[in-house]
Design a protein around this ligand. Sequence first.
Ligand SMILES: [Zn+2]
Length: 124
Amino acid sequence: MKYRLMKNLPNCLRGRILESVCLGKSYAVVLTKQERESGSVTVYSWPKEDVESNPHWFQPVDENEDENIAKIWEHQSNPMFHPLTCGTDSKHALLTPMINADGDVVLACDDCSYHQVFIINDEE
Ligand SMILES: [Zn+2]
């Protein structure tokens, strides 16, 4: 089981993936290749109980998560990229990707009712 960090921390943005470590006793942030190479990044980890019983901070990642949702989270949690922000007020929380009732990927603001359908651009 993997979890996703739902709060922003210094050097660790909302959306980062946590994986089970230390024989399942705790969860730690998965470092990106860039971070591993830089070697200067703090590794965050939390006890298993804290992660599994605190849905405001950590949410389980669906194994069959939509790949666009995963990509958007990666984008939002990478400080190298400009994050996707609310179209009503850019000071609101960064947009959260989700699937709406029609099955479309949408980006929603947690602070107001703003949402936009995500346009998939296949650059790769
Ligand atoms: Zn908003």
